[in-house]
Every structure is written in C-alpha cells, then in structure tokens.
Design a protein around this ligand. Structure first.
Ligand code: PMT
Length: 220
C-alpha cells in the first residue's frame, strides 16, 4: 500500500475505450483495455481517496470500494463525467475517447451490396477533457496523450489547449507501452515546461508515480 496522502480527496478517473455505434451489430472503437485507468483507480483508493471510476467497456473487475459508472459511447462518458466532476478534487483522464463517431447509427444492420467500397461519414465527439478545463476551478486536472509521432509537441499542445495541470505523454508505438499491455513508458509534462521521463514500469507503478506528483501539486 502507498501512503494515505490522498485521504479527503475525491479522485475521478476515466478508463477504457468508448464504442461508437455504426449499426445494431457493429461499432468503431480502439484497443484500450482499461488497465492504465483501473491501476490509477486502485492506487488512489489505496492512498486513501474516495474514487469514482467512469469506464468504457472493459473485461476488468472494478477495484473493490471504487464507485463504478459504466458507459459505452463518448457522449455517455461526457454525461457521466460532468455529473461527477463537481464532487471531484482531482480528475485523471486515462480513457481513450473516440474523437469521431458515425454521423448516423443505422437502425438496421448495414447490408453488403454489389459496391466495392462503402464510405462512412463521421462527426466530431465532444472533447470531455477540454470541457473540464473550462470549468476547472480548484480541481487538479490530469490528461493523457496517446501519440504515435511528435510525442512531446502533441502532448504539450493538449496540455495547453485543455488547461491541464499535468499531461501523461504516452508513445503508444513503443513495445511495452500504451494499449492493452501491463507496462507503460510515459513522460510527465507540466505547464512550466518541465518534462519528467519515466522508465518502463508496470501500470501500477506508473499510477503511483503519477499520484505522487498529483499529491505534490495538491499541497503546493
Ligand atoms: O487502457 P490501456 O489498454 O491500459 O491503455 C492505456 C492508454 C494507452 C489508453 C492510456 O495510457 C492513454 O494514453 N490514454 C489516453 C488515450 C487518448 O485518447 O489520448 P488522446 O491523446 O486521444 O486524448 C487526449 C486526452 O483527452 C485524454 O486524456 C483523453 O481521455 C481526452 N479526450 C480525448 C478525446 C475526447 N473526445 N475527449 C477527451 O476527454
């Protein structure tokens, strides 16, 4: 167990993928397993926090004692997060939210036709983290950035544009990092320009490192 340095805090964590419905039997999604977000939820609970976990569909059991809100789509995640945000003092967004969804979910299964190609029109989902940045108040707001190129530049842009206290930059093209594996390789970026590079660690260890820094920001 870690130190009880988050006692009295309410930590809202998001985890897992979202699924964006295409028709009654198909969806668009990504490879997030929820492991990173669930590790943060368990670590925060072990450090004494009340933990609210808003999770997309995963195969994981919620850590005991954590308040679980299950959602499917990005729009459902937004509703659940905004409903819980007011009671949170710390928000950590590890979920892999779909940026776009099919403009129309077909009411019936889309049938194969003679055509060789099928074009889907996608429309933008709400950016939950950016919205949280606009109603931030005293809360500590931590985002993740999953990147396959220009890691630091892209992460810094998200840190600034979404009004975050810290962003966890995740080069998801590296073996042992990112989606569905048990380890991660991340850098922590702060608004003052500092970058902290962490070696490959278990997602549990990453969660604790991140919470060490969050606890420090809380005391500052
Ligand atoms: O779940 P695992 O298999 O353990 O994998 C972990 C992980 C790779 C999913 C995780 O470490 C990670 O990087 N999560 C962020 C994934 C992501 O969607 O990154 P992004 O760069 O697209 O989004 C930036 C931030 O904005 C994220 O905090 C995201 O939650 C948030 N966001 C994104 C889009 C959107 N519409 N709303 C959001 O709130």
């Amino acid at each position: 167990l870690g130190p009880a340095d988050l006692a009295g805090e309410t930590v809202l964590v998001t985890a897992g993928p979202t699924r964006e419905e295409l028709d009654p039997v198909r969806y668009l999604s990504n490879y997030s397993s929820g492991k990173m977000g669930y590790a943060i939820a368990a670590a925060a609970r072990n450090r004494g926090a009340r933990v609210i976990l808003v999770s997309g569909p995963t195969c994981l059991d919620a850590p005991c004692g954590v308040e679980l809100h299950q959602v499917v789509s990005a729009r459902q995640m937004r509703e659940a997060v905004l409903a819980q945000a007011a009671s949170a003092s710390i928000i950590i967004k590890a979920a892999a939210v779909a940026d776009y969804r099919p403009a129309q979910a077909a009411a019936q299964k889309i049938k194969k036709t003679g055509a060789e190609a099928l074009t889907l029109t996608l429309e933008k989902n709400p950016d939950i983290l950016a919205e949280l940045g606009r109603i931030k108040e005293q809360r500590i707001l931590v985002g993740f950035a999953a990147e396959t190129a220009d890691l630091l530049a892209n992460a810094r842009k998200k840190l600034t544009e979404k009004g975050l206290d810290m962003i966890v930059a995740n080069d998801v093209s590296q073996p042992g990092a990112g989606f569905d594996v048990d380890t991660n390789i991340v850098r922590l970026l702060y608004p003052d320009g500092r970058v902290e590079e962490l070696p490959q660690m278990s997602k549990d260890e990453v969660a604790h490192r991140l919470l060490d820094r969050v606890a420090g920001l809380r005391k500052a």
